[in-house]
Design a protein around this ligand. Sequence first.
Ligand SMILES: *[C@@H]1O[C@H](CO)[C@@H](O)[C@H](O)[C@H]1NC(C)=O
Length: 151
Amino acid sequence: MGFSKQSLSALCSLAIFILVIHVPLASSVQDDSGFLKAHNKARAEAGVPPLQWNETIAEFAQNSAEKRAEDCTSENSKGPYAENILSSNGDTTGKEAVKLWTANKCTAAEPPTAEDGCHYAKVVSKRTTQLGCARVWCKNGNMLLKCDYGP
Ligand SMILES: *[C@@H]1O[C@H](CO)[C@@H](O)[C@H](O)[C@H]1NC(C)=O
């Protein structure tokens, strides 16, 4: 006998099991919201090289944003990265956040420090090569969007 019905169905349930446990884990640090593309468009316009998506940094952004989920305050997470934060009163995409951050073409020290108020300078910094961002719903119905810039 070749492939029995039983082994086929066992294989199918194994495949479904792998899908079910894998998808949510993998998607938690993926850029599903256009953050990277929007950054690299702004960077191309500024004449600086594109960024790479970095899952370690995205995980940091996710974890630090989740800590603010109680009140959605856009407080700096005092981590090792420069960051941009947006507290929005509704569903907002990464692309929309980057549009707001790049509206004012301000300048700052290079590399921009964590405390720097100029969002645009962080988006187009020459020293930055790695990007990780997250979106988190807050308990008050607002959304916190956050990007961290490495190295
Ligand atoms: C991603 O970021 C981490 C932390 O800054 C760094 O150690 C790692 O080398 C980066 N990954 C890549 C592929 O550059």
